[in-house]
Design a protein around this ligand. Structure first.
Ligand code: G3I
Length: 384
C-alpha cells in the first residue's frame, strides 16, 4: 500500500498498524500459523501430501516433523522406496528407511504413497546386466522387475494406499523414452509393471507419474497408454502430474490436461508440487530431467541472502493461482503433494545447478509457514 502523509499520521496517532505495513500475505515475513492446518482446510476437497526424507521419516529432523504432523495427511518417500534404496544389489533388500516411513505414517494415521517401482533413474546398473556384464535378456529383466515389485509392493500391501508404478516413461513429444526398460523388454514393460503391482498389492491404487504432463502431446500419449491398459483389463487408477513449475505455471494447459484425465475416467493427482523462483538455464528444457547439471553461476543464484519482494509476490501469486485451479477441479483431483517440507531440503537447491538457494515450498528455512499459506487456507474455505 502507498504510504501517504495522512496514513502515516493515522498510524502513529491511532495505531492502525495494519494500514502502515504491507498486507501480511504480501510480506516475505513468515506468518504465525499455529492456528491453521493445511490438511484440515483442504480435507473437504482433496488430500494434501508431502514427500519426506530419511531424517524426517525416522524422526531425527524434529522441526520438520512438527510441520508434517500438523499440515499433511499423506506421505511419499522422497527417495527411500526407489530401487537403489530398496535393492542396491541383487536380492539384497534394505527396508529400514522405508519401514521407518511406513511406521511413522501408521502411527500418525497418514496415507502412504509408494514412489516408485519402475524408473530409468536411481536403478542400479546390475538390474540391466547379466552375469557377464552384457545387456540382460527380456526374460531376466522381467523376472527382476517381478521379484522387486513383489518384494516391495507385497511387503506393504496392507499399508500403502497407492503406488507410482511407472515413473517418467514418456518424452515431451509423447514418444516412449529410450530407457533400458524399453530397450530390453519392449514397450509392454509398462503393462507388465502394472500387472505385477496389482498381483503384489491387489488393494492398492496404481498410478502413472511424470513431469510436464500439462503438455498435450505428452499427456495424450499417457492417456492412450492408460486406456490401452484398461482395455486389456489391467488396473490403472490415475495419473500424477508432478508439478515442478516456475513462477508462471502453465495454468491453461494444466486445466485442459485435468479435463482430459477426468474425461478418460482416471483420477488426477499433483504429486511433486514445487515452484522455483530461480531462472532456468535452459528455457527449452524445463521439467525434472535429473540428468541436467549446469555449472553454478552467480547470475542464476540471485537470492543467496534472501528472496526479493517481487519474486516472493510472484511465488505467492503462482501458488494462489494454482490452488484456485485445483479447487475448481476438486471433483477430479484426488491429492496435491508437495515435493519437500521446507526450503532447507528441497532438491531444487541442487537442480539443475548444484548449490543454489531456492524458495519453492510453503515453509521457509526457519520452518515457518510463508505468509501466503494463510491465503491458501482461506481459499479452501471459499469452496463447498
Ligand atoms: O544418499 C546419498 C548419500 O549417501 C550420498 O553421500 C550423497 C552424495 O551425493 O547422495 C545421496 O543421494 C542423493 C539422494 O537424492 C538422497 O539425498 C542423490 O545423490 C541425489 O541424486 C538424490 O536426488 C533425488 C532425485 O530424485 C534422484 O533420485 C532427490 O532428492 C529427489 O527429490 C528427486 O525426486 C525426483 C522424483 O523421484 C521423480 N520426479 C522428479 C523428482 C525431482 O528430481
Amino acid at each position: 500500500m502507498k504510504l501517504t502523509i495522512t496514513t502515516v499520521f493515522l498510524c502513529l496517532v491511532f495505531g492502525f498498524v495494519s494500514s502502515c505495513t504491507h498486507n501480511k500475505s504480501t510480506s516475505t515475513q513468515a506468518s504465525n500459523t499455529t492456528d491453521i492446518s493445511l490438511q484440515s482446510a483442504f480435507a473437504p476437497h482433496f488430500n494434501i501430501g508431502v514427500a519426506i526424507n530419511t531424517q524426517q521419516a525416522n524422526g531425527k529432523d524434529r522441526q520438520s516433523v512438527v510441520i508434517i504432523n500438523r499440515h499433511f495427511d499423506t506421505l511419499t518417500a522422497e527417495n527411500d522406496m526407489k530401487w537403489e534404496s530398496i535393492q542396491p544389489s541383487s536380492n539384497n533388500f534394505t527396508f529400514e528407511a522405508a519401514d521407518a516411513l511406513v511406521n511413522y505414517a501408521k502411527s500418525t494415521n497418514k496415507n502412504i504413497i509408494g514412489h516408485t517401482l519402475v524408473w530409468h533413474q536411481q536403478t542400479p546398473d546390475w538390474v540391466f546386466e547379466d552375469a557377464n556384464g552384457n545387456l540382460a535378456s527380456r526374460e531376466l529383466l522381467l523376472s527382476r522387475m517381478k521379484t522387486h515389485i513383489f518384494a516391495l509392493a507385497g511387503r506393504y500391501k496392507d499399508d500403502i494406499k497407492g503406488w507410482d508404478v511407472v515413473n517418467e516413461a514418456f518424452n515431451e513429444d509423447g514418444t516412449l523414452r529410450e530407457s533400458k526398460w524399453l530397450q530390453i523388454i519392449g514397450d509392454d514393460f509398462i503393462e507388465k509393471a502394472f500387472e505385477y503391482a496389482h498381483q503384489a498389492a491387489p488393494n492398492a491404487k496404481l498410478y502413472y507419474n511424470d513431469y510436464n504432463l500439462y503438455k498435450a502431446a505428452k499427456m495424450d500419449s499417457v492417456i492412450a497408454m492408460a486406456k490401452g491398459l484398461k482395455a486389456k483389463g489391467i488396473r490403472i487408477d490415475g495419473i500424477g502430474e508432478q508439478g515442478h513449475y516456475g513462477v508462471e505455471p502453465p495454468l491453461k494447459q494444466l486445466e485442459l490436461s485435468i479435463q482430459k484425465v477426468a474425461a478418460a475416467g482416471l483420477t488426477m493427482m499433483i504429486t511433486e508440487l514445487d515452484i522455483s523462483v530461480l531462472k532456468f538455464p535452459d528455457e527449452n528444457n524445463m521439467g525434472a530431467d535429473i540428468s541436467l547439471n549446469f555449472v553454478l553461476q552467480d547470475e542464476y543464484n540471485p537470492y543467496a541472502n534472501g528472496i526479493s519482494q517481487s519474486s516472493y509476490l510472484k511465488l505467492a501469486k503462482a501458488y494462489k493461482d494454482l490452488f484456485r485451479l485445483f479447487l475448481t477441479y476438486r471433483q477430479d483431483i484426488d491429492r496435491v503433494t508437495f515435493w519437500g517440507v521446507s526450503d532447507n531440503d528441497t532438491w531444487r537447491n541442487n537442480w539443475p545447478m548444484n548449490g543454489r538457494t531456492d524458495y519453492p515450498l510453503l515453509f521457509d528455512r526457519d520452518y515457518q509457514a510463508k505468509a501466503f499459506v494463510q491465503d491458501l487456507v482461506a481459499l479452501a474455505s471459499e469452496y463447498q
